[in-house]
Design a protein around this ligand. Structure first.
Ligand code: HAM
Length: 427
């Protein structure tokens, strides 16, 4: 019976693995450049972890199961709850701010589509214990720093930035009760993802006043801070939130990435735990889903039984990113670092096969990457194999070894050959 791979998963053959490594290496380098250190957690957690504060959408996409001991578990759909749990556990000993990064493999039972799969990799950077919006700006900066290092410019990607704190203040101002906010956020987040009529229908289910619905729709379109007072009066809380947004932009300006950034009230984020600045980075043409998303989540650690410590961070998946890098010609398979070899040992005389095996072993012990043919097949075939494996040089073990204890070293690029003393070469 032939068994297929599961819908929404990927097989990483060596060329795809090279792409995955290329992307992850870039993420890790950007994290380190910005002072983040790496962590990881388990790939499954108690189901409850994701039911506390991630929001209904994530709960509906969980791969969950019961283990043999009757525990209700789920494969991680995100790593932020794990991060909160881990930091809470060591909160008294960790030097703050905690600046950690991770590249977890995640699973979400989403409908597979362009840029969305059921299993993917997601770069996470988070800062815990830094109250100021400078930390929020740092998260946006580091995300852009990576994208810029991958070759993308402000003509390719845009960071859309808003504030849950601002949105909450404005919604309360127009008569939405505080306890309705968590219901509204995931709906507002859908605005750019569903047709206008579907969006209006979803709003109508939760908001009875047509006037309030119209005001919300107007607010979602705002791209200029100055446009807000003509739609909703600014109270002190809204003004304070706006001042924060202005400071985020001022920091981003100082960090040299202001040109990538726009204010956009339509950015709400689907996850329930965000409390302050929220952002997503999109491809400028707007054809693809978000490249990454994140924001401030000041209550998650305390929601998980820890102290009230603030946090901010983001997650970037590998799927949309790979599509975009390919579209822009920034990911060319032939330039990727596929496996290469320092040496390929060629056995030119079947009697010397054992010697060839030990030459390869010695070269490996010296720290070189080295391979050889498992059978003393014809010389031409072995040289072809060396070529296919992208060996830089071949070490030919043949007659010269018998006659004068010498090996032939062939440079595979230039074709040049030279003789070396075997003892000197192998010690
Ligand atoms: P999220 O918006 O659910 O946030 O996911 C962030 C990014 O992960 C998305 O923009 C996308 O690139 C990628 N992603 C999400 N779902 C899929 C999928 N099914 N297939 C491929 N890529 C996907 C979070 O996960 C937050 N925990 C991020 C965060 C960290 N916030 C603060 N710290």
């Amino acid at each position: 019976m032939k068994i297929q791979s599961v819908k929404g998963t990927r097989d990483f053959y060596p060329p795809q693995m090279a792409v995955r490594n290329f992307i992850i290496d870039g993420w890790k380098a950007a994290s380190k450049r910005c002072g983040f250190v790496e962590y990881d957690g388990p790939i499954f957690e108690y189901l409850q972890m994701y039911q506390i504060k991630s929001g209904q959408e994530i709960v509906e996409q969980l791969f969950n199961f019961q283990d043999r001991g009757g525990r209700l578990l789920a494969i991680r759909p995100e790593i932020t709850p794990t991060l909160a749990r881990m930091v809470n556990q060591q909160i008294n000993t960790l030097p703050r701010p905690v600046k950690w990064f991770s590249v977890p493999r995640l699973c979400r039972a989403e409908r597979p589509q362009k840029g969305r799969l059921r299993e993917f990799f997601q770069w996470n950077i988070d800062i815990i214990g830094a109250d100021d919006v400078l930390a929020d700006a740092e998260i946006v900066y580091c995300s852009l720093d990576y994208l810029r290092s991958a070759g993308l410019t402000e003509k390719d990607v845009v960071a859309r930035i808003s504030s849950r704190r601002l949105l909450a203040a404005l919604l309360k101002n127009i008569g939405i009760a505080e306890d309705r906010l968590d219901v509204l956020y995931p709906i507002l987040d859908k605005k750019s993802k569903v047709p206008a009529e579907a969006f209006e229908e979803m709003l109508q289910k939760e908001v009875s006043s047509g006037q309030i619905i119209r005001t919300i729709q107007q607010l979602m379109e705002v791209h200029l801070v100055d446009a807000i007072p003509s739609i909703v009066n600014l109270n002190n809380e809204a003004q304070a939130a706006l001042d924060e947004v202005a400071r985020v932009f001022a920091y981003l300006d100082r960090m040299g990435v202001r040109d990538f950034c726009r204010f956009d009230m339509g950015i709400v984020r689907g996850l329930a735990y965000y409390t302050g600045m929220v952002f997503e980075i999109h491809e400028v043409a707007g054809e693809l889903r978000a490249i990454c998303g994140g924001g401030r989540y000041d209550n998650l650690l305390s929601d998980f039984g820890g102290p009230k410590i603030t946090a901010t961070g983001m997650g970037m998946g590998d799927c949309v990113l790979e599509i975009l890098l390919r579209q822009k010609g920034l990911l060319k398979d032939d330039t990727l670092d596929v496996q290469t070899l320092d040496y390929f040992v060629v056995c030119a005389d079947a009697e010397l096969f054992d010697k060839a095996v030990s030459v390869a072993a010695v070269l490996r012990r010296k720290g070189f990457s080295c391979d050889f043919s498992y059978k003393p097949v014809a010389l031409g075939k072995q040289l072809k194999q060396a070529d296919a494996l992208k060996a830089a040089q071949c070490v030919i073990v043949g007659q010269e070894l018998k006659e004068s204890n010498q090996l032939v070293i062939k440079d595979m690029k230039s074709g040049e050959q030279k003789l070396v003393n075997a003892d000197a070469f192998l010690t």
